[in-house]
Design a protein around this ligand. Structure first.
Ligand code: 5GP
Ligand code: ZN
Length: 288
């Protein structure tokens, strides 16, 4: 059996260091879930896009990323050219590459799928709402990992709306209804709760602002796992990235699904029978 620190019953998946391996039933379930959420996006008028696998640190700086979420970041770097020969001659004995051998990091792995979308839309303007759906492998550096519930690397599907404040509100509201109906059809008890983003400064101005005017809602499975969230960014990204709607900084909002968390919740609901979960998702997806 592969080395892992967490496995599902029947070895449907393995997790080590917050990184998951799924066997075929898990892959099929995850893909079927993604197909349902992608279809919701298409039905809302979203176009599919995919973005670069890495984000530029310089771009993230303009979104206050290093002020708000420095602790989540997974910088990507390379070995300094002048250190290559020494490293080849004496490969590191330990598990880590020493920092002195590494170049400064100009890029990071994404911690949410919608950053790529927001950055891509920089400098654009529109008079009608723009809807985009995208999926990305996302990474969050956490102080602990927990099965498929809390991973370093996980798959996030998002449906992003860019437009007026009202269009964003309607987008989030419509998907809140869809998530609730889909959960009910699957027999998943999903509890909708206001939430705040995991800001670095727990008592910083952004955290307080989100507490005063809730802009994030999460859907929690019975064990507390947030399988989806809706997020109203207001006109923050519109202002920071010169994204305009009807001549003014656009409002943006996203609906986000953590696909491995849905696999976890359904695995639990169907007592490890991922094939039964897959049949249920296909049935519920058609009706949702
Ligand atoms: P948020 O930006 O709301 O924190 O994350 C969006 C969605 O990604 C969440 O609703 C959740 O489904 C998923 N997600 C967030 N963190 C993790 C994680 O550590 N592991 C997994 N598997 N999914 C996550
Ligand atoms: Zn998002």
């Amino acid at each position: 059996m592969p080395v892992s620190d967490s496995t599902a019953t029947g070895n449907a998946w393995w997790v080590r260091d917050g990184l998951a391996t799924l066997d075929e039933p898990g892959v099929l379930l995850k893909d079927a879930l993604d197909a349902v959420f992608t279809r919701w996006g298409a039905e809302a008028g979203a176009r599919q896009q995919s973005y670069p696998a890495l984000l530029r640190a310089e771009d993230l700086r303009t979104l206050d990323y290093f002020r708000n979420f420095p602790h989540l970041g997974s910088p990507v770097t390379r070995i300094r050219p002048e250190r290559l020969a020494a490293l080849a001659a004496h490969p590191p004995g330990a598990t880590a590459l020493p920092a002195v051998d590494l170049a400064d990091a100009t890029h990071l792995l994404p911690s949410a799928a919608c950053y790529g979308c927001i950055l891509h839309l920089t400098g654009t303007s529109a008079d009608t709402p723009v809807l985009i759906t995208t999926v990305a492998q996302c990474f969050r550096n956490e102080d602990h990992y927990d099965g498929l519930r809390r991973l370093w690397g996980f798959t996030m599907r998002e449906i992003v709306c860019v437009g007026s404040a009202e269009a964003v509100r309607a987008h989030l509201g419509r998907h809140q209804e869809r998530i609730a109906a889909f959960g009910a059809a699957l027999g998943l008890t999903l509890d909708r709760q206001p939430a705040t983003d995991p800001f670095f400064e727990k008592d910083g101005s952004r955290t307080v602002m989100q507490l005063l005017a809730p802009v994030k809602e999460e859907y929690l499975y019975t064990d507390g796992t947030a399988v989806a969230s809706t997020n109203n960014h207001r006109n923050f990204f519109g202002e920071r990235r010169a994204i305009r709607h009807a001549g003014r900084p656009a409002f943006t909002g996203c609906v986000a699904f953590g696909l491995e968390r849905w696999v976890h919740a359904l695995g639990d609901r169907f007592e490890g029978d991922l094939a039964a979960a897959l049949r249920a998702v296909r049935r519920a997806g058609e009706g949702s």
